[in-house]
Design a protein around this ligand. Structure first.
Ligand code: PLP
Length: 295
């Protein structure tokens, strides 16, 4: 049976000294209408969000997600979320997750209602899709042009390319295009030929003994899962690196994964129709680590 939970937050100013924010939360019926007409998150996708993986009622990497939420808010000129308030909202949501299984907690901060006085914010929790088959069998991907050069993010910060905004229509269109091409997912590449990220995940390549990911230089999201895996790999003595990766490096990859908070590590078994070796042992160890409690 699927489960869902939702609460609305009255966002506090970032310097609010309170230690307990329980009275700024209002639990709502997750199946009832909740947003007001004129809500800018729905009218314009004008807001930011996070998706936190939950394993056996434990929300994973909350600090990294709150830090990225604050970074996205800053890039979008939204009020900086109060870290203690949002952490308490995550804990409240996690308390409603069943003790076993995987879930997802979403944090949403919207610019609010058109002409309204304040941003709106809410937190939901829900059962995650079953990703077991994807983690074991892997996914086929195609490369798709993201439509901008590697220098564009620095020259055009208003494109908000490093923010996790609610405007995911382009990302979803890319996944549909990948499916039209017979693949499961996509890897975005810059128009001048560098590897970026997937529409909803970061890319990690194994090149020989090194684990490499595209540098998060403002054009892609810095993935919390990739960050956590790199810390884990480094603690085990593996070499990890952030690099500017040309597209032709994909053909030299000894293994590749799309990694994200809910799907975790999905091994890539083909890129543009060319087979990529599936490293079952490393993939299983990645997912064992990612399913362990992480803070
Ligand atoms: N890149 C994009 C565009 C994403 O949407 C996501 C996750 O949704 C990621 C990367 C991976 O981020 P995380 O590992 O924090 O889930």
């Amino acid at each position: 049976m699927t489960w869902r939970f939702a609460l609305v937050i009255e966002p506090a100013a970032s310097d609010d000294p309170r230690s307990d924010f329980a009275d700024t939360f209002r639990v709502i019926d997750p199946s009832a209408p909740a947003l007001t007409v004129g809500e800018l998150s729905t009218q314009r996708g004008d807001g930011v969000f996070e998706s936190i993986g939950v394993v056996n009622a434990h929300p994973q990497e909350v600090t990294a997600h709150l830090d990225r939420l604050a970074h996205s808010a800053e890039l979008c000129d939204l009020p900086i979320p109060h870290a203690r308030q949002w952490r308490q909202a995550v804990v409240a949501a996690a308390q409603h997750c069943p003790p076993d299984g995987e879930g997802v907690i979403k944090l949403i901060l919207s610019r609010g209602v058109e002409h309204g006085p304040a941003p709106t914010a809410w937190v939901t929790a829900a059962q995650a899709a079953d990703n077991t088959a994807t983690r074991e069998r892997g996914i086929r991907v195609v490369t798709l042009d993201r439509g901008y050069g590697i220098e564009t993010p620095a020259n055009a910060p208003w494109l908000l390319l490093g923010a996790k905004t609610l405007s995911y229509a382009v990302n979803m269109a890319a996944i549909r295009e990948a499916r039209r091409q017979g693949a499961d997912d996509a890897i975005f590449v810059s128009s001048d030929g560098f590897v970026l990220e997937a529409p909803t995940a970061s890319l990690i390549l194994r090149l020989g003994d090194r684990f490499v990911t595209p540098a998060p230089n403002g054009g892609i999201l810095h993935g919390t899962t990739q960050l956590s895996l790199f810390e884990h790999l480094a603690s085990q003595g593996h070499e990890t690196a952030y690099e500017t990766i040309p597209v032709d490096a994909l053909a030299r990859a000894d293994a590749a994964w799309l990694v994200s908070s809910v799907r975790l590590a999905a091994p890539v078994v083909a890129i543009d129709g060319r087979e990529v070796p599936l490293d079952r042992e490393v993939t299983a160890s990645f997912n064992r680590y990612l399913l362990s409690p992480r803070d």
